[in-house]
Ligand binder design. Sequence first.
Ligand code: ASP
Length: 439
Amino acid sequence: MNKVVKFGGSSLASAEQFQKVGQIIRADEARKYVVPSAPGKRFEKDIKVTDMLYHCYEAAEKGEAFDRQFMAIKARYQEIIDGLNLDLSLEEEFHLIEEQFKQGAGKDYAASRGEYLNGIVIANYLGYEFIDAAQVIVFTEDGLYDDEKTMEKLSARLENVERAVIPGFYGAMEDGRVKTFSRGGSDITGSIVAKAVRADLYENWTDVSGFLLADPRIIFNPEVIETITYRELRELSYMGATVLHEDAIFPVRSMGIPINIRNTNKPEDPGTLIVESTCRLPRYTITGIAGKKGFVAINIEKDMMNSEIGFGRKVLSVFEENGISFEHMPSGIDTLTVFVHQDEFVEKEQKILAELHRVVNPDLIDLEADLALVAVVGRGMRATRGTAGRIFSALAHANVNVKMIDQGSSELNIIIGVSNRDFEAAIKAIYDIFVTIQL
Ligand code: ASP
């Protein structure tokens, strides 16, 4: 048995948190490869080390003094080293980093030092080997992650290493320049390491006990999702539910390795298991509810539209040429509606309308703004009759007017368009009918 364990910033924010992490790792022999984030927030108003590094580097780049900020970063690590009673000095590392800052080593290099230093600290604390991610995670010259080369290097490097720490978030291009993933990218590194060692499980330790069935800002104390498939997760995270970086599922998914989201502060909780597929049905027909506000519906009408070949393509080409992606496109006999993000659309609105008139010559174009989309996601819906019926009667009882319905052919989700102001009420009504009341 062999597990890759990734710990997020809040799990490694202080010596006390490090101790919890140490206990978790020592509790299971299989936890052989550790991927740390940089120290995160210790309390609500605290600043993450990654953000401190970005600020510090910005000052250095402008030629401004950055020693005060640099000292504050040093102090964060020293507090951890002292709190753990480690025989370790990062003095030389900091000296080198300071030099590199002065020489303009690059923003990515600067940001990556948070994980790099934390990796050294945790490797020392655990007695594991430290492997610099710049040696094993490869990016192309264009700054894109190169999976093929990484797998070659990383698998070879880890082949005879029993236990190791590989810092998250960064790698390097072939010329040695450090490159980071986007924010939250240590999740991706964890997934890559799990793929390279063909792990049995990728554990992602954070500060929540898994994915919640709905947004806790809308639903009081929502239930945790026990098991979710990769496809369901994609639907939910696309629609706004975040815990894991969305690119983190691809490396493990291709190898059928499950991900377990766990809580460092409550290691007894089982968390959420993310799997390729499962015959275990979710407890409540639906797996989760998510949604986003801020859409516009562009409703296009034209007599005999349904017999005009190429109508849809011409409409969509206008959006494509304006660099706008569409979310949904429900259609009727002589009508077609395109849902797009309002903030992307507004600035190009008149240009797009003019082009639509030119290419498809519609009878009418009508806009409806301030709409929200709610996604009800669940592999269990396929096997259950009446799911849609329950959703819509719940919405009717909550006085929510449904403006659009879109059920994907996978029967994995039902997307409902409502007005922005009904968004919270819609989510509450759906949560209640499936989870609270369980009708
Ligand atoms: N430390 C980085 C960030 O704050 C990467 C990570 O934590 O995953 O985004």
